[in-house]
Ligand binder design. Structure first.
Ligand code: ADP
Ligand code: ADP
Length: 224
């Protein structure tokens, strides 16, 4: 899916968090959204997710204007830094939850959850509960849960920030592999330049709500 942000703007009382952001997120690409704390990354992601309403501007998913479409109807997968798994549910129940909500039959939901678990390589952990998993494993479960409804867009908000250095590298390579295997347009929010350079097809650099640069990691590295 191609995603177009057109003159997207979000103002809070006395701050312009995102200022006339125009950006084409290309089909099947992993786009890093990079910049220092407070530059507008989360606000942009929340608008893409339908969790914050833009003050001005538009968001298109392919030809469809989704600016006023609610989150549940956008067909997106969301992963946050704190995993947000349901603590009382097993891994299997966590992954099938979005499908059960959609009234998909239990057997079908299980089959799809198993496929997702294989994809993120946690097929042997399905009976565990989140607290019995490492941070990296929890994040894989969160990714499986985000992908199980086959969304057109995957939104990752600092998904590695709660992991230790070794797991950060391992998990980021996993995210890269999964993203390419599924072929899903993905936005990866990070304040870490090295992380953005290593994982992205293209990087959008934000500063004070304004787009400074939108280019390949090679170009961003040469002209930071
Ligand atoms: P991060 O830099 O990790 O994204 P922030 O400190 O920018 O975290 O924001 C954390 C939360 O607080 C977000 O939900 C954001 O919308 C909210 N927030 C940030 N700045 C303000 C503010 N000035 N007033 C009210 N809420 C804010
Ligand atoms: P980032 O994710 O890059 O850290 P944010 O998108 O969270 O940045 O914030 C961008 C700017 O908007 C910051 O100045 C922040 O303080 C402000 N902001 C974010 N959320 C709110 C809010 N709910 N109310 C007021 N100001 C906010």
């Amino acid at each position: 899916m191609n995603v177009y942000l057109q003159q997207l703007t979000k103002k809070f009382a006395n701050v312009t968090a995102v200022n006339k952001l125009t950006l084409h997120l290309e089909d099947k690409k992993l786009i890093g959204l990079l910049g220092p704390s407070g530059c507008g990354k989360s606000t942009t992601l929340f608008m893409l997710a339908g969790l914050l309403e833009p003050t001005e501007g538009k968001i298109l998913f392919d030809e469809k204007d989704v600016t006023k479409v609610e989150t549940e109807k956008r067909g997106i997968g969301l992963v946050f830094q704190n995993y947000a798994l349901y603590p009382h549910m097993t891994v299997m129940e966590n992954i099938t939850f979005p499908l059960i909500n959609l009234k998909v039959k239990k057997e079908e939901a299980k089959k799809r959850a198993m496929e997702m678990a294989e994809l993120v390589q946690i097929g042997d952990l399905l009976k565990r509960r989140p607290k019995e998993l490492s941070g990296g494993q929890q994040q894989r479960v969160a990714i499986a849960r985000a992908l199980v409804k086959q969304p057109g867009l995957l939104l990752l908000d600092e998904p590695l920030s709660n992991l230790d250095a070794r797991l950060r590298i391992e998990t980021r390579e996993e995210i890269r592999r999964i993203q390419k295997e599924v072929g899903i347009t993905t936005v990866f929010v990070t304040h870490d330049q090295e992380e953005a350079l290593s994982i992205s097809d293209k990087i959008a650099v934000l500063d004070k709500g304004v787009l400074l640069q939108y280019d390949t990691p090679q170009e961003v590295y040469k002209n930071p």
